[in-house]
Design a protein around this ligand. Sequence first.
Ligand code: HAM
Length: 531
Amino acid sequence: MVTKSKFQAIRGTRDLLPPETALWNHVEQTAHTVFGTFGFGEIRPPVFEATELFARAVGGETDIVSKEMYSFEDFESNELAALRTLLVAEQSSISDPNFFFAYELKVTEFRERLGNGIERRAVPRTQENERALADLGSLLDSIAFDRQEYETTRDAAIFERFNLYVGTVRNYLLAVHLGDILSLRPEATASVCRAYIEHNMQQLPQPVKLYYLGPMFRRERPQKGRHRQFYQIGAEVLGGTDAPAIDAEVIEMVMMFFDRVGLTGVALDINSIGHNAPDCRPAYVEKLRAALEKVKDQLGADSQRRIETNPLRVLDSKLEHEQPIIATLPHIADHLCADCAAHYAAVKRQLGLRGVFFKENWRLVRGLDYYMRTTFEITAKGLGSQNAVCGGGRYDGLMELLGGPPAKGIGFAIGEDRLILSLQESGEGAVAQGRDVYIAWMGEHAYAAAVRAAKDLRNEGFSVELPATELKFGKALERADKLGSRYALILGDNEVSEGSWTLKALADGTQQKFTEPDLLEYLRKQRALSS
Ligand code: HAM
């Protein structure tokens, strides 16, 4: 029996639906407007990039890169991929020599196709692929030699070796990259830097100010405010100087945006994590590591591991029992080099100048490797444990790390899903829905007039609902009400032949009669009054 399968959105992803999407649009429109007033231009990078780009920028050891990326091999060569799958799936318990000889032929075919693919550039010419090609070549030579021996001697010891060959072939095949390794973007700073380099933006007047909106992908455990496909609104300032005024202006911009969309309970935390020179962050990290070693047995497994891998991340811990221990650890602000300390002090002064309130949070280290100096995070109300609605910071040095020219960088990304959630929780989420005018028509002549009226009204920017089939007036008015319409325009054949149209305000039931041009004029005036 054929069972009906029921498709559902993949865990961690969801449909954004009306009326909520109106709020999303409103938020995005506000970002376009506010960021535009600061001289930012929009960039739309692709949603997938080379995995290596994120590994290098965000850091191979970070949770984002090591656990959360959606990665795939992008191959042109489907036949080669199918052959590889078949060969990899082969069991090594061979009882029939003819079976093995058929297998050998397939491996030979794979090797030939791989070589051709590399020549034709359908398969990337990587070191791994060149090595696999050579290794498979020598292995096939050994196999051919053994096969000939076996055909004359039927020696069981040689037959045994065939099984071993299958395992070796499998290992070689698994090292082959049939295509580029790509990932859905988990964030966009790396992409924006890649684009800056690719398009030689260092030749433009500096700094280059870019912003972006769009989906990001991280394979995290879904919960309130945490999705696997989520949306960010971000901005980056690239090139130019690292003047503290830039840090402050970027933060001022995001705070102004939050203010404009009506976000409540907004709190800004800032910190400086210094830079990667012996007398700055690395010296602090060593002090931190030493302090952590002393309290190691009181820490949980994650923090214990991080003492080795990345002690700064211990400061991020949310574990209740670790909090009093963390409170006793050394603060980075006391160990910054003179330049970083001066930069941090200037950023704080510049924020003050702009009337931006902030709280210093020495534990704010952020989970991406590219940061240096200024880091910041913004929280909002109504979000539960995932309350960071924006994160950002400075990342001088990232551009060089990606093979680009020396260029400074600072930016942020807002979690749009969380922003929307917070707006909804605080009652700021209502965006006017419904229609301006619902046209209740009856009769053929009335319908022709209704179609014309709908077109004229829509051209004037009014939202209009024109029912596709005739409805009794009572029913039509009921529908108009359900759709949250402001007015119902009542058009019967009589109204049309008399040229006098009835407009009913649904809030109070009052009715007025208009000629067609007067009606438009009246609606325009009402709109001006209510805006
Ligand atoms: P991030 O802190 O990883 O930074 O992400 C920024 C914001 O995206 C978070 O504060 C949060 O609101 C939202 N977010 C992150 N993961 C999720 C998720 N799984 N579900 C829902 N929302 C999420 C960055 O991405 C950096 N690229 C920011 C940046 C730009 N730094 C400099 N320039």
